[in-house]
Design a protein around this ligand. Structure first.
Ligand SMILES: NC(=O)c1ccc[n+]([C@@H]2O[C@H](COP(=O)([O-])OP(=O)(O)OC[C@H]3O[C@@H](n4cnc5c(N)ncnc54)[C@H](O)[C@@H]3O)[C@@H](O)[C@H]2O)c1
Length: 484
């Protein structure tokens, strides 16, 4: 294993910072259980340094012409692409995800975001409202210092998806990665400096949940954007409310994937595989409740099981590997417990369910059939490679059942009947819907949830609304009338 120990646990004001007084953060390679680096959770002194430098850098950055800000972001995108192989290897070490995934979905997705928002930076203008003499113009202004808090499944992508729109709007960002994947965002911070961003504009502060809470609680912070679970979202939202801070919440899901009787079955199976087993099932928008029309469920299940058995599980650094380990042993135990509950509650284990005999936190891709709506595995977010196949008879019934959840992140459907596709999509309670596809989230598209899956949107022009605010300026050309 190559040396991935960073020069310091945090990256603040353009340089690595260390304070060994903070609680240790062991960085474990999930494929072997080996500790590959040891970092330290931020102390109050480190947090103070990050906040002070971000505040300073934000003023400097916001004063630049927008086109100059955009140029820096686009340079970051270029560097991310030039170093994709190296960054992908680090992402694989940080998360355990197979290298065949990280080379196409992490630094490259981050680069798309920086390229997109770098291009948009100079287009963020206000409006003029003529009032028949007087007029109003608006100015789109940055919020100030934004805090980004990340989950562990996409450490590079999440840091880019949050920082690119934030910085394009003229904000600074302090990013706190998940404590189980602390490495990748530090590299991004290095790259921002190399691309010409002012020191302090993008700081990375590593630490546990208490570090995130300390950041949000500071009065210099104007916005928090969290990617994490619903329980954490509730805490972070409440903390942000204390200071009336802006929030974006990208939270969990239990999304439906509906396969109608006229669907292209092989494509629908491909989507179910991508939407349940990519990143070993550790994706928020996964379509974990697969509703299959009862006329085709036997054909669908037989092929699904056949194809799932061919999945290559193994060393994530091997380009042939398709399924890597879970992020931690704790997460693996949580998923295995759900598999046990699924069996106890009467679902049929069609394939998988076990752990391959090797080091690391591996679990086989698992499919349950005969799942009913009330079963725990159909209601709770598992965040692992466990698919539930449910059956349905008619359209209204499946829409009602698909919506019968507290979550609303995403939904997908497969049908050749486009009238039906649009009719059903219009009724699904989800932030993103796919017709004859699943889990593609290009930067041009808004991404986010409804119901408990979140508030706000990432990516696309919609993200600008969540990282900027509008000032209205009323301009009077005549006299001022008053009653007396
Ligand atoms: N909607 C999305 O875009 C999206 C994307 C990826 C993951 N997720 C969700 O993330 C979850 C898995 O990730 P996780 O286990 O890392 O989530 P988590 O909620 O346990 O942690 C997320 C982050 O919040 C921090 N945190 C914890 N308590 C905090 C507090 N009180 N104040 C401030 N920060 C705090 C953690 O340290 C971590 O950095 C799943 O629910 C998944 O669906 C959502």
């Amino acid at each position: 294993m190559k040396n991935v120990q960073p020069q310091g646990s945090h990256f603040i004001d353009g340089a690595y910072v260390e304070d060994t007084a903070g609680r240790e953060i062991p960085c474990v390679y999930a494929a072997t259980g080996e500790v590959v680096a040891t970092l330290h959770s931020a102390t109050p002194a480190v947090i103070e340094q990050a906040l002070a430098s971000a505040k300073r850098a934000q003023a400097e950055w916001a004063a630049l012409p927008p086109v100059a800000r955009g140029r820096v972001l686009r340079r970051v995108a270029e560097i991310l692409r030039e170093r994709n192989q190296e960054l992908s290897e680090l992402e694989t070490i940080d998360t355990g995800k197979p290298i065949q995934e990280t080379t196409i979905a992490d630094a490259t997705s981050g680069a798309d975001s920086l390229e997109y928002f770098g291009g948009l930076a100079a287009t963020l203008t206000g409006e003029t409202m003529p009032l028949g003499g007087d007029f109003v113009y608006t100015i789109r202004e940055p919020l100030g210092v934004c805090v980004g808090i990340g989950a562990w499944n996409y450490p590079t992508q999440i840091a880019c998806w949050k920082s690119a729109p934030a910085l394009a709007c003229g904000n600074a960002m302090i990013f706190k990665p998940s404590e189980v994947t602390p490495l990748c965002a530090l590299k991004l911070a290095e790259i921002y400096i190399e691309a010409g961003a002012p020191a302090g504009l993008f700081n990375v502060v590593n630490g546990y949940g208490d570090v995130g809470a300390a950041l949000i609680g500071d009065q210099r912070v104007d916005k928090v954007s969290l990617t994490g679970s619903v329980p954490t979202g509730e805490k972070v939202y409440a903390a942000a409310a204390t200071g009336i801070r802006h929030v974006t919440m990208e939270l969990g899901g239990k999304s439906p994937l509906i396969v109608f009787e006229d669907a292209d079955i092989e494509n629908a199976i491909s989507a179910a595989i991508n939407g349940n087993f990519y990143s070993t099932g550790q994706i928020c928008s996964n379509g974990t409740r697969v509703f299959v029309h009862e006329d085709i469920v036997d054909t669908f299940t037989a092929r699904l099981v056949e194809r799932t058995k061919t999945a290559i599980i193994g060393d994530p650094m091997d380009p042939e590997t398709q399924i890597g380990p879970m992020i931690t042993d704790t997460q693996r135990q949580k998923v295995l417990n759900y598999i046990r509950i699924g069996q106890q509650e009467g679902a049929t284990l069609a394939v998988g369910g076990g752990c391959p005999e090797r080091d690391g936190w591996f679990i086989e891709p698992t499919v349950f059939t005969g799942v009913t709506d009330d079963m725990t595995i159909a209601r709770e977010e598992i965040f692992g490679p466990v698919m539930s196949v449910l059956t349905f008879r008619d359209e209204d019934e499946v829409i009602a059942r698909a919506n019968d959840t507290e979550f609303g992140l995403a939904a997908g459907l497969f049908t050749r009947d486009f009238a039906r596709a649009h009719r059903v999509v219009a009724q699904l309670q989800a932030g993103t819907c796919w017709i004859n596809q699943y889990n593609l989230t290009p930067v041009e598209t808004p991404f986010g949830g409804v119901k408990k899956s979140g508030v706000g949107r990432e990516n696309s022009k919609a993200a600008i609304e969540h990282f900027s605010q509008v000032k209205s300026v009323y301009v009077a050309l005549g006299d001022v009338e008053a009653a007396f």
